[in-house]
Design a protein around this ligand. Structure first.
Ligand SMILES: [Mg+2]
Length: 332
C-alpha cells in the first residue's frame, strides 16, 4: 500500500467525543478521529486501549477510505443493506426503550456475558427482547468471548428456547469454540466468530479450524474494504458485516464493504449510529425500516465543533496516529 505523507494525514485531523445514548463496552462517550484525504473524510477509531500494532490495520482502512486503495475493489452488488438493532447489556426494564430507538427492524443482537452480570441477567434481557420482538423476530447473541466452554454450554441450554439465530464469540479462544461447537451441535444454534477474526494475527485461522459457522467481518480492524473482501473470499463461510461503533464516516466504509460482498444472507451490524447521541454529520447513516442505503457522508463543521474533544485528547489522538503511521511505514 502506498502511504500518504504523514503531514497530509494530519493536515485536517478532527477528534470528536460523541455521546452514547446508553453505556456500551463500558463507554458513555465514543472518541474517534477524522482525517481528510483526496477521496473525502475518513475515520480512525481504534478503541483507546488498543495498542499501536493492533491499530495499524485501522489506519490502513482509514488511508484506503480517504486516499484510495492500490488493490482493485470489486463492484457493488446491492445498494441497501438489511441491518440489525443492537441491544447492550441493559436491565430488562430498559429493553423496550433501547429497541424503540431503531424503529422497525426484524433482527436484534443482544449483548450477553457482560462482566459483573449473571446468566440470569442474560435470560431476563433475552426474554424481554423476545417479548418485544414477537415470535417472528430474529435474535442473535454476542458474548464477546466471556464464557469458558462449560459456561457457554450451560448458557446455550438456558437460552436455546428463545429461538436463537446464532451466538457470536461465546468463548474467546479458537480451540474453545471448536469444542463448544462439537458439544452444542445437536441444538442447531450456529456459532459466529468476531474477535477470533478481527483480533487474531491470522483472521482465517478460525475458519480453517472449523470452529465457527459464520464470520463477523469488520472493515476497519481488517485493514479496509479490499482486505476484508479478500478474507471473505478466502474463508468460504457466510459472513455478517458489522461496525465498530464508528461515526457515520466510518460506518459508510462498512456499508460500502457490505455492498460488495457477493453473498449476504444475514442482517448486518451496521445500525449502530442509533447508539450515538451525536454524530459528525447532519444526516447520520441511520437505518430506515431495518435497512441502510449506501451513500456518501458530508461532514458538518458545526457538529465537529459541538462534539470536539479537548485539546489534550486531540493531542493524544494526533500522537497515536503518528506512532501508528510509523508501524505502517516500517512494514512498507
Ligand atoms: Mg461481536
Amino acid at each position: 500500500m502506498s502511504l500518504p505523507a504523514l503531514d497530509d494525514l494530519l493536515s485536517a485531523v478532527r477528534v470528536v467525543a460523541l455521546p452514547l445514548v446508553t453505556t456500551f463496552r463500558g463507554l458513555s462517550v465514543r472518541e474517534t478521529a477524522l482525517v481528510r484525504g483526496p477521496r473525502g473524510w475518513a475515520e480512525f477509531a481504534p478503541f483507546a486501549e488498543y495498542d499501536d500494532a493492533e491499530s495499524a490495520e485501522w489506519l490502513r482502512a482509514t488511508i484506503e477510505q480517504g486516499w484510495g486503495s492500490d488493490a482493485p475493489v470489486p463492484p457493488r452488488v446491492r445498494d441497501t443493506i438489511a441491518v440489525n438493532a443492537t441491544l447492550p447489556a441493559v436491565p430488562p426494564e430498559h429493553v423496550a426503550a433501547v429497541l424503540d430507538l431503531y424503529g422497525d427492524f426484524r433482527t436484534v443482537k443482544i449483548k450477553v456475558g457482560e462482566p459483573g452480570q449473571t446468566l440470569d441477567d442474560d435470560v431476563a434481557r433475552v426474554r424481554a427482547a423476545r417479548q418485544w420482538m414477537g415470535a417472528a423476530g430474529r435474535i442473535r447473541l454476542d458474548a464477546n468471548g466471556a464464557w469458558n466452554v462449560d459456561e457457554a454450554e450451560h448458557a446455550f441450554r438456558a437460552l436455546e428456547h428463545f429461538d436463537l439465530e446464532y451466538v457470536e464469540q461465546p468463548c474467546m479462544r479458537i480451540d474453545e469454540l471448536a469444542e463448544l461447537r462439537d458439544r452444542v451441535h445437536r441444538m442447531g444454534i450456529p456459532i459466529a466468530a468476531d474477535e477470533s477474526v478481527r483480533k487474531a494475527s491470522d483472521p482465517l485461522a478460525v475458519a480453517r479450524a472449523g470452529a465457527a459457522d459464520i464470520l463477523v467481518i469488520k472493515c476497519a480492524p481488517l485493514g479496509g474494504v479490499s482486505r476484508a473482501l479478500r478474507i471473505v473470499a478466502d474463508a468460504g463461510l457466510p459472513v455478517v458485516i458489522s461496525s465498530a461503533l464508528e461515526s457515520s464516516v466510518g460506518l459508510a466504509a462498512g456499508i460500502d464493504l457490505a455492498t460488495r460482498v457477493p453473498v449476504l444472507d444475514f442482517d448486518c451490524g451496521l445500525a449502530t449510529a442509533a447508539l450515538l447521541g451525536g454524530d459528525v454529520t447532519a444526516h447520520p447513516l441511520r437505518a430506515v425500516d431495518g435497512e441502510i442505503e449506501a451513500r456518501d457522508i458530508v461532514v458538518d463543521d458545526d457538529a465537529c465543533r459541538d462534539y470536539a474533544a479537548t485539546a489534550e485528547r486531540t493531542a493524544w489522538w494526533t500522537d497515536r496516529i503518528t506512532r501508528v503511521y510509523g508501524v505502517l511505514a516500517d512494514e512498507a
